[in-house]
Design a protein around this ligand. Structure first.
Ligand SMILES: [Zn+2]
Length: 250
């Protein structure tokens, strides 16, 4: 049995790079959301040399099949095979980049507190990054759809039709982040905003992935929806997502 204490534990997993920061002269610490091991921080050695192909696969928003070695404090990435080079197409476009930054920061927060839903969060994030890099829809819509679904996966599914508090059949004209979305006249807390009916319909479409409806929405309803999603997200994360401040929601 004592052999096990000398064995180096290696493992493989698919992962999306959430964030990186410098370590020493040539290394980086990579924050990863893995398919099967939740959120991991690992060291990647030598990746800051400009010629490092290994490093290019470990940039933010990249998806890779990784081999890792368990370390005493941090694991070490020993191999990376690219599975989705979304990083390049996203980094080349400012709107896409800021959207991806909010998505990865949100994923980091959500999987930090709730490791159980990490596989679902991983699949959701990879799908959203792929859609963003392909330019399937307006970046702001991809973001808001991702945020609503990530919150729902985290256990905070909003309602945009029936009353989130008493279940009264909607549509309703008031919104309360604290109560979980649409609220009826009786449940509505004082001062609750009254978004346009089209905005509530857009939010419902983004949550359920009805893209045909979302893609033809008007700019003012997208803006109003984005504001409500941001309020809802911040309520549930309790802390401000820093990137939201940098995001231009035009
Ligand atoms: Zn109600």
């Amino acid at each position: 049995m004592s052999r096990n204490s000398f064995a180096v534990r290696t493992y493989r997993d698919d992962a999306v790079v959430l964030r990186t920061h410098k370590l020493g002269e040539a290394d980086r610490i990579i924050t990863l959301l893995t398919r099967n091991h939740g959120q991991i921080r690992a060291v990647a050695k030598g990746v800051r040399r400009t010629s490092s192909k290994f490093g290019a696969r470990l940039e933010p928003f990249m998806v890779a099949d990784l081999q890792l070695v368990s370390g005493r404090s941090l694991d070490i990435v020993t191999q990376a095979v690219s599975k989705g080079s979304y990083g390049g197409k996203i980094a080349a476009d400012y709107d896409r980049y800021t959207v991806a930054a909010v998505m990865t920061e949100t994923a980091e927060r959500l999987t930090d507190v709730d490791g159980e839903a990490a596989t679902a969060q991983y699949l959701l994030l990879v799908g959203a990054l792929a859609s963003l890099s392909r330019g399937d829809h307006a970046p702001g819509l991809i973001l808001d759809s991702y945020l609503l679904r990530a919150l729902a996966t985290g256990g905070w599914a909003p309602s945009f039709t029936d009353c989130a508090r008493c279940g009264a059949t909607g549509p309703h004209s008031a919104f309360s982040a604290a109560l979980g979305g649409a609220v009826c006249h009786a449940c509505r807390p004082p001062g609750s905003p009254s978004p346009a009916a089209e905005t509530m319909e857009l939010l419902a479409a983004l949550l359920s992935g009805q893209w045909a409806a979302a893609d033809v929405s008007a700019p003012q309803h997208r803006r109003e929806a984005a504001g409500l999603v941001a309020v809802y997200l911040q309520w549930h994360l309790e802390r401000t997502v820093r990137s939201l401040k940098h995001l231009e929601r035009a």
